[in-house]
Design a protein around this ligand. Structure first.
Ligand code: UTP
Length: 295
């Protein structure tokens, strides 16, 4: 594959092989990444963010049961042809334009052993020194696409970088939490000295939590084990990033924007409301409905 000259981060990995247990029973048959926010699957918003950020190739990490995700981002299916024949091409125009701007590849993670293992599954497809990783569980509403903010920051320090968000004390133990090694400035990268996965409130080294956007060095692969060390434990990405902090250094970056966790149903409901309230959607109708139900 030939990438545009001057673009530093061209490949992005989207891990989408998880079981989606928080969305059962629907995820028994529909991948959570294809659940819609308005009429678009959540993953399409993520792909749009990546394309706007200059990404040229997306590697989807899938389980064989979630093949429909790859099909969604492919053209020429029977339904595509049928829609064309029946004069509905305009309904697919936006998606088709998007697909022209990026190439998709897929790799399989046959057993969902954890996020670290999902990223490791993409290793043979990565041909640049650094690559992006985006979790489709996090939708970020922002002026500048979140990945674009991260790539700009990366260009100034050129090392592994994690997107960070300030989280309240009561929720901090659900996240990977960093310890900055220097003064934190929003919009600028800063060095990290520690990363702890799901610390207790009292042991959290700060209020800055890792969210679903990363730029990783290829070196990460040598820090991810191929096999589970203990039964019922996951192969975490956080552990590998924590090791990179001590070997080659990792930066943190506090992005501008509002993150919505669409990895759980309540977040999905919030994202749908926020999207409906965006300009160009059914803003007025949703506002009057909210008034009508007395909120
Ligand atoms: P999550 O743990 O939030 O997603 O992983 P999940 O496992 O699909 O959902 P729950 O927790 O059972 O409800 C974050 C992202 O990493 C992917 C998931 O698909 C999701 O996009 N992932 C997770 C993998 O690709 N493989 C894994 O082994 C684990």
């Amino acid at each position: 594959m030939c990438y545009s000259p001057g673009v530093m981060i061209k490949q992005a990995v989207i891990p989408a092989a998880g079981l989606g247990t928080r969305f059962l029973p629907v995820t028994k048959i529909v991948p959570k990444e294809l659940l819609p926010i308005m009429a678009k699957p959540v993953l399409q918003y993520i792909v749009e963010e990546l394309v706007q950020s200059g990404i040229e190739e997306i590697i989807l990490v899938l389980s064989p049961e979630k093949e429909s995700i790859f099909q969604y981002f492919s053209e020429g299916s029977f339904i595509d042809q049928l829609l064309d024949q029946r004069g509905h091409e305009d309904k697919l125009l936006e998606l088709r334009r998007l697909l022209k701007q990026v190439t998709f590849r897929r790799v399989y993670q046959h057993n969902p052993l954890g996020l670290g293992h999902a990223v490791l599954s993409s290793r043979r497809e990565i041909c640049t020194d650094h690559f992006a990783v985006v979790l489709p569980d996090d939708i970020i509403f922002s002026q500048t696409p979140c990945m674009q903010q991260l790539i700009r920051a990366f260009e100034t320090c050129q090392q592994t970088m994690v997107a960070l968000e300030e989280i309240n004390d009561e929720h901090i133990s659900a996240y990977g939490v960093v310890k900055p090694a220097q003064v934190v400035e929003v919009g600028k990268p800063f060095a990290l000295s520690q990363l702890v996965e799901k610390p207790s409130k009292k042991d959290a080294p700060s209020n800055l939590a890792v969210t679903g956007r990363y730029i990783l060095s290829k070196d990460i692969f040598s820090h991810i084990p191929e096999k589970l060390e203990k039964l019922h434990k996951e192969i975490q990405l956080t552990d590998a990033i924590a090791q990179l902090i001590t070997t080659s250094g990792v930066s943190g970056f506090v992005f501008e924007g509002q993150r919505v966790d669409v990895g759980q149903p309540i977040g999905f409901a919030k994202a749908n409301i926020m999207m409906a309230l965006q300009e160009g959607n059914d803003q007025a109708e949703i506002k009057s409905f909210i008034e009508e139900i007395g909120l």
